[in-house]
Design a protein around this ligand. Structure first.
Ligand SMILES: Nc1ncnc2c1ncn2[C@@H]1O[C@H](COP(=O)(O)OP(=O)(O)OP(=O)(O)O)[C@@H](O)[C@H]1O
Ligand SMILES: [Mg+2]
Length: 271
């Protein structure tokens, strides 16, 4: 099949400067919303530290990329099907280990990833927090980077720092901002405007508004229950906000036409 704009799955990286701002919850709930629209969605947990997609989404994934690299499992075998029909792969410390495997092994793995990518409509990456090489590589290789911030000043500063790094590397895709844990939509919009105005003025780049998610006890309760909030409270305000955000992010045009597969790009940037 000829790969073109429409055939290639869209890759969306959810990232942040500061940790604990809600990336994993946002990536998981968005992935479920995308899947609910009849998309085949792959959620990749690329957090090198304590990856926790499987905790939020309650998928018992006993295996991660390290088991593939050690030859114990195939890539296909470490996929877990999560609630909502989302396929999950956990990177574990495997992403960093990629640097140490043989070129032959790497080639095989990348071929497997390519097959996986071709079988998906959408790939959502939950990156680690902070400006690490691997996080930046995942973002740079993605079509769309969704930066998460909260109204907290430290989180805003770190979100801006992340945007600045992407700008300095001439990131060609789209950058959108989520303001999470906002006290109100008004506050969230104000935070969005502040960051996007500074980015426009000093970095000369446009930051799109992915949406505002307010602080709610419903999300905390859902994490405790290990059930993503959109499944735990399907009729709530926060679920409606995730549905709207997913629709907005889906509409974005993928402008780049590239032959190279996503994971190959990550590896080329990272290694
Ligand atoms: N909208 C929200 N309302 C209330 N609490 C929230 C909200 N979003 C996130 N939280 C709280 O923040 C915690 C951390 O969320 P999450 O694990 O998604 O963040 P993260 O950015 O992935 O963290 P890390 O950087 O450690 O990977 C949640 O367990 C929850 O308690
Ligand atoms: Mg996380």
């Amino acid at each position: 099949m000829m790969k073109n704009e429409t055939a290639r799955p869209k890759v969306l990286a959810v990232t942040s400067g500061k940790g604990g701002v809600g990336k994993t919850n946002i990536a998981s709930n968005l992935a479920i919303c995308f899947a609910a629209n009849n998309n085949k969605v792959l959620l990749f947990d690329a957090d090198l530290g304590l990856g926790n997609v499987d905790v939020v989404i309650n998928a018992d994934s006993n295996y991660n990329l390290t088991h593939v690299l050690s030859g114990y499992k195939t890539l296909e075998e470490i996929i877990t099907i999560a609630p909502g029909g989302v396929e999950i792969i956990c990177g574990g410390s495997g992403v960093e280990e990629l640097a140490n495997i043989s070129p032959f092994q790497l080639q095989r793995l990348l071929d497997d990833f390519e097959t996986l990518q071709n079988n998906s409509d959408m790939i959502v990456i939950d990156t680690g927090a902070g400006i690490h090489n691997s996080t930046i590589s995942f973002c740079q290789a993605a079509d769309h980077v969704v930066v998460v911030t909260t109204p907290e000043p430290a989180s805003m500063t770190d979100a801006y720092a992340m945007i600045k790094v992407l700008a300095s590397r001439d990131y060609p895709g789209q950058i959108s901002l989520v303001v999470n844990m906002a006290a109100s939509v008004v506050e969230g919009k104000r935070i969005y405007r502040q960051i996007s105005q500074v980015a426009a003025r000093f970095l000369n780049i446009q930051i799109y508004e992915a949406g505002i998610i307010c602080k709610t006890e419903k999300l905390v309760a859902s994490v405790r229950k290990r059930l993503p909030v959109v499944l735990n409270y399907p009729k709530s305000r926060i679920t409606a906000d995730f549905v709207t955000m997913a629709a907005r992010l889906t509409k974005t045009q993928v402008k780049r036409i590239e032959q190279e597969s996503f994971f190959r790009k990550v590896v080329n940037l990272f290694l």
